[in-house]
Design a protein around this ligand. Structure first.
Ligand SMILES: Nc1nc2c(ncn2[C@@H]2O[C@H](COP(=O)(O)OP(=O)(O)OP(=O)(O)O)[C@@H](O)[C@H]2O)c(=O)[nH]1
Ligand SMILES: [Mg+2]
Length: 203
């Protein structure tokens, strides 16, 4: 897929405020600072489409973008960010969980994971929650440029082994780096193939 057009549509506080669900939508989520916004900018060839920051917790709303006027991409706030106050965090989580559960045009949720980290409880629990709700998801490893390929292969094996303790099948797994554009085509082609499958559904 070639990205011809990528435009910011709306920041919403709840899924009911998101744009009309008349196009296939893909959500990007993960722990704060994992590189969600950077990945979105990399995919769309735009430096500043999604705001990136060295400070975790930058993205605090559901940010919807329209891609090629064909599909929606949503940048979700990072979860597990300790510096948000407790009451604030509750509201945050409600917003994200409701969005994931009830957004009718959501096709796939991409969960980003920093490739340098061991499997994190919070992420594993999140996959489980998605599983119990029947929400399709895929895993995207980020910041691949930070590891050698041997180091990454090892991490990947450990990660898969951990997943297979709970899951019969592995989800789709993508490996990316926003700084070196790794994984861009694979990811865009995957989205393209899902869009293609859903063509009749959205027209
Ligand atoms: N080396 C490297 N650094 C990255 C990569 N992606 C993101 N970063 C850096 O990681 C930090 C966080 O990136 P963001 O894209 O803002 O992360 P985020 O997940 O959107 O963060 P929140 O919105 O705060 O949850 C920034 O300093 C980025 O420059 C990558 O692929 N490689
Ligand atoms: Mg962000």
């Amino acid at each position: 897929m070639i990205i011809r057009k990528a435009e910011f549509l709306k920041s919403s506080q709840t899924y009911t405020d998101c744009p009309q669900p008349n196009k296939p939508e893909y959500a990007f989520i993960g722990r704060s600072n994992v590189g969600k916004s950077s990945l979105i900018n990399m995919l769309t060839n735009k430096k500043d489409l999604a705001k990136t920051s060295g400070t975790p917790g930058k993205t605090q709303l559901l940010n919807t973008f329209a891609i090629n006027e064909e599909w929606f991409l949503t940048d979700l706030p990072g979860y597990g960010y300790a510096r948000v106050s407790k009451s604030n965090r509750k509201g945050f989580e409600r917003m994200i969980y409701d969005y994931l559960e009830f957004r009718s045009n959501l096709v796939c949720t991409f969960v980003l994971v920093d490739c340098r980290h061991e499997p994190q409880k919070l992420d594993l629990k999140f996959f489980e929650w998605l599983g119990t709700k029947g929400i399709p998801f895929a895993i995207i490893f980020t910041k691949l440029d930070k590891l050698t390929s041997t180091e990454f292969q090892k991490k990947l094996m450990v990660y898969k082994r951990e997943l297979l303790k709970k899951w019969e099948d592995l989800p789709m797994i993508f490996s990316t780096s926003s700084t070196s554009q790794i994984g861009k085509l694979e990811l865009l082609n995957y989205i393209d193939s899902l869009n293609e499958q859903l063509k009749d559904h959205f027209h």
